[in-house]
Write a protein that binds this ligand. Structure first.
Ligand code: SF4
Ligand code: SF4
Length: 247
């Protein structure tokens, strides 16, 4: 049975984001929804009483594969275009393109062997898009930097990095935000951050397609999945469930 806090995290986030989508520009809602998820995670952290090791400049977690939804990618692309001078943007774009090339057209098993830093990380180990970082980055708080380092080195950690009292409700809150976009008809596919961001930076029509409630990015940018799993079927099934629940 799902613990009450997880259910509350999911439903309150889903409701808040759905209500906002009914009246407000969806890209504005996307930014607010991510802030909401981040603030919720901070609240779960306080409730848990756990001591987390996360600090600015600590970035083993920024080498992990990051799966995102279209609205998260579009927010980052907008941020990069708006905030970066062209001299800064060019090398960032190059890094994104190179990182995308390493994760495109490979299998699910091969994707797990790719070991590279996020192209949005700076030389000091800090996120250059912190204000618009995806939900996956906001909800990953670690109670053991040693465990993070072990995972980064490809070794089994001595203990789990995540505290379930923070990670679980955080996951539910993020799902509530993402599912509200899907329930409203927006792209619900899971994308590989680097692959989709490379597309978003190259093609301004990605956001236009998303606003028309079409898939924002091509199939090659979708997260790789195990054999026998279909994102199309999973997204269609989830959309049908959300629609049935709302009626
Ligand atoms: S999740 Fe781990 S690697 Fe990332 S900031 Fe926290 S302690 Fe550091
Ligand atoms: S988006 Fe920012 S926080 Fe997330 S993996 Fe990339 S650098 Fe790290």
């Amino acid at each position: 049975m799902t613990p009450p806090l997880n259910q509350a995290a999911y439903h309150s986030t889903f409701r808040a984001v759905s209500n906002a989508l009914a009246t407000t520009d969806p890209i504005v809602v996307a930014a607010a929804a991510l802030r909401y998820v981040g603030e919720s995670v901070d609240g779960f952290h306080q409730l848990s009483g756990a001591t987390v090791d996360c600090r600015a400049g600590c970035s083993f977690c920024c080498w992990l594969r990051i799966d995102v939804r279209a609205h998260e990618v579009l927010l980052i692309a907008r941020h990069l275009r708006a905030e970066s001078r062209s001299a800064q943007l060019a090398p960032t774009r190059d890094r994104i393109t190179q990182a995308a090339a390493r994760v495109t057209n490979i299998t699910y098993a091969q994707r797990h062997t790719v070991h590279q830093p996020c192209a949005l990380l700076d030389h000091a180990g800090c996120c250059t898009v912190y204000d618009v970082r995806p939900a996956a980055c906001r909800r990953y708080l670690s109670v053991s930097v040693d465990a993070c380092e072990a995972i980064w080195q490809g070794e089994p950690p001595a203990s789990e990095p995540e505290n379930p009292a923070i990670a679980e409700p955080g996951r539910f809150a993020a799902s509530g935000a993402h599912n509200a976009f899907l329930a409203a008809g927006y792209d619900g596919y899971s994308y590989d951050l680097m692959a989709a961001l490379a597309e978003a930076m190259d093609d301004p029509e990605c956001e236009a397609r998303w606003r028309l409630k079409q898939p924002a990015f091509s199939e090659k940018s979708r997260s790789t999945v195990p054999d026998g799993f279909s994102q199309e079927e999973a997204v269609a099934r989830l959309y049908a469930e959300l629609t049935a629940a709302s009626s």
